[in-house]
Design a binder for this molecule. Structure first.
Ligand code: ZN
Length: 254
């Protein structure tokens, strides 16, 4: 099962994966029925979540029903516990929107919700995050997860997100991080997909962030709270909701 999922992720383009993955996942979910873990986004329960990822796939990761991964369930819980996102009126820009969130955010009466992306068929506004086509001080919240490791100039993209935020607004833009690395690793001469996968973990990544990720967000002008929220939760809760035990939430305020 793990090898099959790893193969599919590797060989099917991401934009098709996002559109068709949920049929396959729901089917696989039939083999994971149970009540040991619970998705806090869709409230379905399973014996465990589906494995996901490559080299090697992680166990207890993907919700068969709504396709959340560990980091999505963490963001949802974080927003519930630490922000007024689910109750206060907010204008929201969601860059590279995750399928598991789109319908749920669209259905929330308190949100004016806009999705944008350079290529994703899931997004309504076609946009480049280096040059966001909205005026300054437009949004109360911006989400832009797992994008900064792909873009040419991450500091510029982060600054653009800050520009379109209203003063007092917040952004969440989580990125993969190599916590064993003090400084972010970038090398623009590495362009071959295989070499990029070797250096930066994925063939379409152009850098690998280190523990200095928060500093880069600060360089873009944000006030950053590096929140080890998940480490403050009991281990049973982390397992029950399949959360990423090591992930730090970078809560970025303007
Ligand atoms: Zn779910």
């Amino acid at each position: 099962m793990k090898r099959l999922i790893s193969f599919v992720i590797k060989h099917i383009p991401r934009k098709y994966l996002q559109l068709f993955a949920h049929f396959g996942a729901k089917f696989l979910g039939l083999f994971y029925l149970g009540n040991k873990v619970e998705c806090n986004v869709c409230h379905h329960s399973y014996r465990e979540f589906l494995p996901y990822g490559r080299k090697p796939p992680r166990s207890n990761a993907l919700c068969p029903n709504c396709l959340t991964l560990e980091r999505h369930r963490l963001m949802w819980m974080y927003l519930q516990e630490k922000t007024d996102f689910f109750s206060a009126p907010k204008k929201v820009l969601h860059v590279a929107p995750e399928l598991c969130f789109i319908k749920r955010f669209e259905a929330m009466d308190n949100l004016e919700y806009i999705t944008g992306d350079i290529e994703s068929p899931l997004a309504k506004v076609k946009m480049d995050v280096h040059e966001i086509p909205f005026e300054a001080n437009s949004f109360d919240a911006v989400f832009c997860n797992h994008v900064m490791e792909h873009v040419e100039d991450d500091i510029k993209a982060m600054s653009e997100i800050r520009r379109v935020l209203k003063p007092g607004g917040f952004a969440i833009m989580q990125s993969p991080q190599d916590m064993s690395r003090e400084e972010t690793y970038e090398d623009p001469t590495i362009t071959d997909p295989k070499a990029r996968e070797e250096a930066f973990w994925q063939s379409d990544h152009v850098r690998l962030f280190g523990r200095d990720y928060g500093k880069r967000l600060e360089k873009a002008g944000f006030d950053v709270i590096e929140d080890d929220f998940v480490k403050q939760l009991p281990a049973e809760v982390v397992h029950q909701y399949g959360l990423p035990a090591e992930e730090i939430v970078y809560f970025c305020k303007k």
